[in-house]
Design a protein around this ligand. Structure first.
Ligand SMILES: O=C(CO)[C@H](O)[C@H](O)COP(=O)(O)O
Ligand SMILES: [Fe+2]
Length: 218
């Protein structure tokens, strides 16, 4: 089952609750980009925003931690009510420990891979995670252009999942729009993060419809 996850990175931060309510009419999960100013150049938001939005809306939250050594932050995000949490393999010395903490905290655990990180790194991780987040741009900013060679990586990860027969989902993030979504879907992705394609549109409902339609046209 494919899903669209609006990334609130491109929402109007001064009206965040309204922005979330706007998209929550059409989706059951949003994507929350947490940036620390070290792993990536920007600083965005922390667990307090997840908690505040949980109080405002029933929509599930997928938290993408673009944070160096994120383990110390996991208890706060779990207590805040994050439903899915991903950590970057490039940022984590002890990936399995992070995955264990996330799962024991009751959330789905994911690992995120930068575009330059090869799929082979998943060999010793795939059995332990619920999802793999394949970055289709270098993380740090919304509104960047999709990197086409990531389609090979999506296919490679889909093959690994099939070979190992594990129930792992592939999520893609960065430059997802009605042109790139069907390509990623065909390659094996199931969860589609879209920031600017949704929040830069005047009519978010129509933007989400356009993305969903692009999947059917394929
Ligand atoms: O993780 C991210 C950036 O690091 C965002 O989730 C992503 O960039 C979404 O924005 P867009 O759809 O505009 O590319
Ligand atoms: Fe993200």
């Amino acid at each position: 089952m494919m899903k669209i996850l609006p990334s609130i990175l491109s929402a109007h931060f001064a009206y965040l609750a309204d922005e979330v309510h706007d998209v929550a009419r059409d989706v059951d999960m949003i994507h929350v980009d947490v940036m620390d100013g070290r792993f990536v150049p920007n600083i965005t938001m922390g667990a307090n925003v997840v908690e505040a939005l949980k109080r405002e809306s029933k929509v599930a939250q997928d938290v993408h931690l673009m944070v160096e050594e994120p383990i110390h932050l996991l208890p706060d995000f779990l207590a805040a009510g994050a439903d899915m949490i991903s950590v970057h393999v490039e940022a984590c010395k002890h990936v399995h420990r992070a995955i264990q903490i996330i799962k024991e905290g009751g959330a789905k655990a994911g690992v995120a891979l930068n575009p330059a990180t090869p799929a082979a790194v998943l060999d010793s991780i795939l059995r332990d995670v619920d999802y793999v987040l394949i970055m289709t741009v270098d993380p740090g900013f919304g509104g960047q252009r999709f990197i086409p060679s990531m389609l090979h990586k999506i296919r490679a990860v889909a093959r690994m999942i099939q070979e190992k027969q594990v129930p792992v989902k592939i999520e893609v993030d960065g430059g997802i729009n009605s042109e790139t979504l069907p390509l990623c879907l065909e390659a094996g992705a199931e969860l589609f993060v879209a920031g600017s394609a949704i929040f830069n549109a005047e009519d978010r409902h129509a933007a989400i419809e356009t993305l969903l339609r692009s999947a059917q046209e394929k």
